[in-house]
Design a binder for this molecule. Structure first.
Ligand code: HEM
Length: 385
């Protein structure tokens, strides 16, 4: 671990950055593509540098958390058997089996939205969709929607403030919700529902059952992945279609183009800002020298807009950009939940386009951008007709 102080190249929590993160990261990619700050340590903004880190997990370790965090704070070989368990929950069959229930959630939510009046879509549409889909996927009751919604907000607030004590306290609160679900299923024995949570209770790792701490950690990872990023993605997608009526009309005519369009819109406007690594040995990246133990932050929101790879970062071109899109990461930690995320986002957008004539922004009520570590919008007034 470095002991001497380093001078900062930028301040990730300055008002300029928080007001418009994506524009700020674009500027950093040009001005100082590997930049140091006390808050994020070494931030990588270029596609090339981020890919190099993703492909070299020996030099750039994921063991950057002080807490048990399965699987994303683990490196191979420890990571590998956990990862194998997790992948079993996102197979083609699992996703197909969840399709009807997820479609129902999407259709109900779309039908419930008022037509012709302004709706605050983050609270009224995006967050409820993320919560309902996550709880349905896990087999959890609707009564968990509200506590989980509040939990995500508190978690973001504590992370933004860098308040470790609050973050630990919030993690304990989350663990309580999950442990309760485990107890309910254990007590039910043979009568327990055949859901994802109950399946996790039966899993073995290295010849022994998964411990409750391990199950809770796995589920915490899924839930954070799901609630924050899915809600942010929904807001970004609706905003983009409202702001690009020609594309909206085209996708209404040809919903088969939605999967590629969704990935491309989320390349342009990231729903997940960053993930972390730690250098295991002295290494040079982007002309900067890092010591062993120094931390890195991979800024997906910048790497996915790198002119060197994508040309004009705002040009919508799914075909051209598909292969380099880092929306779901790459390498051994590539998002295992991507098939589920893609299903949920596609079904919601299909339902929205099929059941509305028009999605518009509201000229006198501007959307508010969310700030780090959240992204997308904190408030998105819009109208469906
Ligand atoms: C639009 C939605 C989502 C986006 C953009 C997204 C993106 C990502 C990215 C970029 C990574 C790589 C992180 C890294 O390299 O450090 C990742 C990892 C991960 N994601 Fe997602 N994700 C999404 C939804 C989900 C969902 C729905 C789940 C599960 C229910 C999930 C579970 C995970 C897990 C467990 C990991 C860690 C994998 C590992 O370390 O091996 N994600 N995600």
């Amino acid at each position: 671990m470095m002991t001497h102080a380093k001078s900062a190249d930028w301040n990730p929590r300055s008002e300029d950055v928080l007001n418009d993160q994506i524009a700020a990261y674009d500027a950093m990619r040009k001005r100082c593509p590997v930049a140091h700050s006390d808050y994020l340590w070494w931030s990588l903004f270029r596609h090339e540098d981020v890919v190099r880190v993703l492909e070299d997990h020996e030099t750039f370790s994921n063991a950057a958390s002080n807490h048990l965090s399965i699987p994303n704070a683990m490196d191979p070989p420890e990571h590998t058997p956990y990862r194998k368990i997790i992948e079993r929950y996102f197979t083609v069959e699992d996703i197909k089996a969840f399709d009807p229930e997820c479609r129902q959630i999407a259709d109900t939510l779309v039908a419930d939205q008022p037509r012709g009046e302004t709706v605050e879509l983050m609270a009224g549409f995006a967050q409820p969709f993320a919560l309902r889909s996550q709880c349905a996927f896990m087999g959890w009751p609707d009564t968990l929607h509200e506590p989980l919604r509040q939990w995500i907000g508190k978690n973001h607030q504590a992370t933004r403030a860098g308040n470790r004590a609050a973050m630990a306290q919030i993690a304990v609160e989350f663990d309580g919700y999950i442990k309760q679900q485990l107890v309910i299923r254990r007590d039910a024995g043979e009568q327990a529902p055949d859901d994802v949570t109950n399946r996790l209770l039966q899993e073995h790792i290295n010849g022994r059952p998964l411990s409750d701490e391990e199950i809770v950690s796995i589920v915490r990872n899924w839930t954070v992945g799901e609630l924050g990023t899915i809600a942010a993605s929904v807001g970004i997608l609706v905003h983009y279609l409202a702001a690009h009526p020609a594309l909206q009309a085209e996708l209404r005519q040809q919903p088969a183009n939605l999967p590629d369009a969704i990935d491309e819109i989320l390349r342009i406007h990231a729903p997940l800002i960053a993930n972390r690594r730690v250098a295991t040995c002295p290494v040079e990246i982007g002309g900067r020298k890092l010591e062993a133990g120094e931390r890195l932050t991979l800024i997906w929101a910048a790497a996915n807009r790198d002119e060197a790879v994508f040309g004009d970062p705002d040009a919508f071109d799914p075909e051209r950009n598909r292969d380099n899109n880092l929306l779901y990461g790459a390498g051994v930690h590539v998002c295992p939940g991507a098939p589920l995320a893609r299903l949920e986002l596609r079904l919601l957008m299909e339902s929205l386009l099929a059941n509305t004539h028009e999605i518009t922004l509201v000229s006198d009520q501007l959307p508010e951008r969310a700030s780090f570590p959240a992204c997308g919008f904190s408030s998105l007034p819009a109208r469906f007709r």
